[in-house]
Design a protein around this ligand. Sequence first.
Ligand code: DAH
Length: 339
Amino acid sequence: MKNQLEKISSDASSLIESIQNKAELDAAKVKFLGKKGELTSVLKQMGKLSAEERPVIGQMANEVRNYIEKMISDAETKIKAAEMKKKLEKETLDITMPGTPRKIGHKHPLSIVLDEVKDIFLGMGFDIASGPEVEWDYYNFEALNMAPDHPARDTQDTFYITEKMLLRTQTSPVQIRVMEKQKPPVRIISPGRVYRSDAVDATHSPLFHQIEGLVVDKNITMGDLKGTLEMFAKKLYGENTKIRLRPHHFPFTEPSCEIDVSCFRCGGQGCPMCKGEGFIEILGGGMVHPKVLATCGIDPEIYSGFAFGLGLERLVMFKFNIDDMRLLYDNDVRFLEQF
Ligand code: DAH
């Protein structure tokens, strides 16, 4: 039996040394150590041995088993390492190959100017407020002093969801929403989308953007409106910009005005851009109507305020000399890349 064990040991040793892959190794495991393997069949004959021989052979059998197990596990490690090496060689990346360049976009001209406008007003201590685009008739018209039969509604025809719910025609309803919640001092701007039932042409779109402004506090005057907007115009269009107020009418301000800025192309001389005027209209504004303040629970005897509304598309078109509003919505990359 001793000879048998020695033979198993040396057979195993030479076989396992030559093994190249996992399948052969598994076969060797079964051959030497399996239930029907060579070592087991030797052990099965142990019963025939004398009491003195048994422990000696038993110990030897154990040593042979340990020896074979160790050889197998070493071979396994070797095979795994070889397989991993092969896999890595197959999967190598050529990091010197040029990649696919990814185009990084940039801000839309509307966003460029809107961000600038926001920065200017934030710098003057304004907060940014927002309101819904689907709005109640009450906020869009009625609370702004435009009763159901008010003629000013005709210039702001829009898309109705129900008789009392519509797509807002202006950002002015945010004034009401803010004043309902916040008592003076109030100092906000509110940019956003507005809608009107207008046919598309070079200067009209059923969807466009406005920026609303509202300041309410004690002792607010038309002088504050003028100073604030002059500062705004200088920051947006340059130090030499002048503003001009012309009387106008809005139902929710009294008095009301339209505000022009000196043409930044010709500086006021008159050119094709300002159509020879020297000035360009950029916004409407005025002192918040006492009825509007009262509707929001603010006492017009104690508080006063000014408000204004800017058309963002107009600002952008003048700033970048764009003559057709549709270009801003076509999303033609050849156009957008220029800003
Ligand atoms: N909401 C007006 C419009 O769309 C613009 C406007 C005028 C807003 C005067 C104001 C304002 O806040 O005071 O034509």
